[in-house]
Design a protein around this ligand. Structure first.
Ligand SMILES: Cc1ncc(C[n+]2csc(CCOP(=O)(O)OP(=O)(O)O)c2C)c(N)n1
Ligand SMILES: [Mg+2]
Length: 652
């Protein structure tokens, strides 16, 4: 036993005012030299600082942080007053401050398309053309993962929306804000062109996504559409954040305005909202934590703010609480801090974390994704439970992604940051409690064959000393491979388990990170990458630097393990697990698929000896502003613990 290092304590006091002012302008202030986050070793460069405040709609901003302004410039159209319904919708979009709108075009919103180009001049918001609607939504999802704010996405009538549904579901499960615009009609059948307008019109189109959006609407007039866009932005960005959908009647978009539309005070229609925990419940929770002998924090869905990160570390140290984090959501606590137990995992709970959960007497869940399921996986929990969450506000009758109902003794109905601040205040000053110091050994890849652990080891070496954001990891990724020491070090998973989200989400995250000094690094499985591969073109076209490393096991390997399990349960040959799963004969040339879209392709890398040079070259390409894709041919396999959980027959 030794004391948790006080070197992890908060060190962020300077330049608060400057940071706040910069944030209000919507730009990325640089952290003062020498300032570092708790959890970051002295030599690490923490680089640029990005802060978000949840539940606050975008403030309109004049600047374009990613500097995409030079791409896709239209000739000036000389239009300076709204003349059509869709011009009013475009004005509303600008009022939200949404900087970009990722889209795939369609006649159902040709009115809006024209307004964005010829009325707004393709700026604020700027269009990002995508080759598939799933990529458009995923890009907006990834952008929100970094900024906490909604970007726009536009999809064609029913068919475009149908293409986008999985990505909307992913954003919903990940509780990420996205404002989706769609279209239909003309709703007035007398105005429909034969055939095409009829197949693209459906009654209650919002029903396609209502189970996994926070709100949807089909406004009937330009002024109603303006209100609808502002409301969609307000609801999407209000905690618990999530996607919203506005369906724009083609007839309404294309109609000439008969009279000028009166201006609105947009800020007053999108008021910032926060939730505060009940003071007496905070006091109860603080007393429980103070008296606890083995307190444990489950650090779940937290914001990307550095202040929030620092406060969580302070709380854990103040309490001497062990902390568990999860690979399904973004970094919430330094994973190599002495109080962090084990490594974050996607599927199977780390053995040390399971022990800590079973042995805890008080558990503080900071919007943990699935407390009840986690207790079950750990083999039970005898602890009193303090739950911090506002997630119940969007639980509905369609989606069960709310997970099992957790047993709770004190419920703080607010966001984690508010609860942590309130708990710290209630606990008052006090010495950090002594606590066990957990070790965090890095995996030691062994053997001559190239495994995911070898790949991670080489990647860590190649990126040493840089500020990076892991925008995505493959299912085969070992959570112990790379420590997270900053809220932007890791951005979490796809949310809904929808394979194919990785590339788009990573492009959106890279867009938000562009110009911040942080390199976006995506680790994707080959299956995930191939389903979403066309998102790369958008990154190349808009000059968004990004490194993809493909853990290419030439298989939808996750499902090989499922087939193995079924075969075991049924006493059938497990050696057939690969049939209908392997992506080989022919092997897909992933580097060529990247190059075909203008990215730099590297590999296939088939030996550990060739890895460092390939990664070095790819990183140099990203430094030079390119999108680089490295095809790493890894041996199929997950961590031993995950494999054991997935393949064990029911009887074992
Ligand atoms: C849209 C969708 N289709 C199918 C699945 C089922 N599924 C889950 S994981 C997986 C394999 C993913 O393959 P890859 O990204 O190569 O990762 P690997 O398991 O090989 O490491 C599949 C097909 C899914 N989750 N989502
Ligand atoms: Mg695979």
């Amino acid at each position: 036993m030794s004391c948790a290092s006080s070197g992890f304590r908060a060190q962020m006091s300077k330049s608060r005012l400057a940071q706040k002012q910069s944030r209000a302008r919507g730009i990325y202030p640089r952290r003062p030299e020498g300032e570092r986050l708790p959890g970051a070793p002295p030599q690490a460069r923490t680089g640029w600082f990005f802060a978000m405040t949840s539940s606050r709609p975008h403030a309109p901003r004049a600047n374009d942080p990613a500097d995409l302004g030079s791409v896709d410039r239209p000739v000036p159209a000389g239009v300076n007053a709204p003349g059509f319904g869709s011009d009013v919708v475009a004005d509303a979009l600008r009022l939200t401050g949404i900087p970009y709108i990722a889209l795939n075009p369609g006649a159902s919103y040709r009115g809006l398309h024209d307004s964005l180009v010829n009325y707004l001049g393709n700026a604020a918001p700027q269009m990002l053309l995508c080759l598939h609607e799933e990529a458009a939504i995923a890009i907006a999802h990834g952008y929100a993962k970094v900024t906490g704010r909604a970007m726009g996405a536009a999809v064609h009538s029913n068919v475009g929306l149908m293409h986008g549904t999985m990505a909307i579901f992913n954003a919903w499960c990940d509780r990420m804000p996205v404002v989706v615009l769609g279209a239909t009609g003309p709703v007035d059948a007398a105005r429909r062109r034969p055939w095409i307008d009829w197949i693209h019109t459906s009654a209650d189109q919002g029903a396609l996504v209502r189970g996994y959006t926070k709100w949807d609407d089909q406004p009937a007039s330009p002024t109603a559409a303006r209100e609808s866009v502002l409301r969609a932005n307000w609801i999407a960005n209000t905690a618990p954040t999530g996607p919203t959908y506005v369906n724009l009647d083609a007839g309404m978009q294309e109609e000439k305005l008969s009279e000028p539309v009166a201006p609105v005070d947009a800020a007053r229609l999108m008021p910032p909202m926060t939730f505060a925990a009940d003071a007496s419940l905070v006091a109860q929770a603080a007393a429980m934590l103070k008296d606890a002998k083995s307190p444990l924090i489950l650090a779940g869905r937290c914001s990307r703010s550095e202040e929030g990160w620092t406060a969580r570390v302070k709380l854990a140290e103040r309490l001497g609480a062990q902390v568990v984090t999860d690979l399904k959501v973004a970094a919430a606590f330094p994973t190599d801090h002495p109080l962090h137990v084990g490594a974050p995992r996607m599927v199977a709970l780390d053995a040390a974390a399971a022990d800590a959960i079973r042995n805890a007497d008080v558990i503080l869940s900071l919007d943990w994704l699935d407390p009840a399921g986690t207790f079950k996986n750990a083999g039970g929990a005898k602890a009193k439970v303090i739950q911090v969450s506002v997630d119940h506000h969007l639980h509905n009758g369609w989606s069960m992604d709310y997970q099992a109902l957790p047993p709770v003794d004190v419920f703080l109905a607010c966001e984690p940051e508010a609860a942590v601040t309130a708990l710290l205040a209630a606990l008052g000053d006090g010495k950090p409690r002594p606590a066990a110091a957990n070790a965090h050994p890095l995996p030691a890849p062994a053997g001559g064959k190239l495994t995911v652990d070898h790949m991670a080891h080489a990647l860590r070496d190649a990126l040493h000393g840089r500020d990076i954001s892991l925008t995505h990891v493959s299912l085969s990724w070992n959570g112990a491979s790379m420590p997270f020491r900053h809220p932007l070090d890791y951005l979490g998973s796809d949310g809904g388990g929808g394979v194919g989200g990785g590339p788009g989400i990573s492009v959106g995250a890279a867009l938000a990170l562009k110009g911040t000094g942080r390199m976006a690094v995506a680790v994707c499985g080959d299956g995930d990458f191939l389903m979403g591969v066309t998102a790369i073109w958008t990154a190349v076209h808009y000059k968004i630097p990004l490194l993809f490393v493909i853990a290419n096991n030439r298989s939808f390997f996750n499902d090989e393990l499922h087939q193995e399990r079924v075969a075991r349960m049924r006493h059938r040959p497990v050696e057939n697990r690969w049939v209908g799963q392997r992506i080989s004969e022919p092997d897909i040339d992933i580097a060529a698929m990247a190059a075909a879209q203008g990215a730099k392709g590297f590999g296939p890398v088939e030996s550990t000896a060739d890895l460092p040079a390939a990664l070095r070259e790819a990183i140099a390409a990203v430094d030079a502003g390119h999108v680089a894709v490295v095809d790493v041919r890894v041996e199929p396999g997950y961590t031993a613990a995950t494999t054991a959980v997935m393949t064990r027959a029911k009887s074992e």
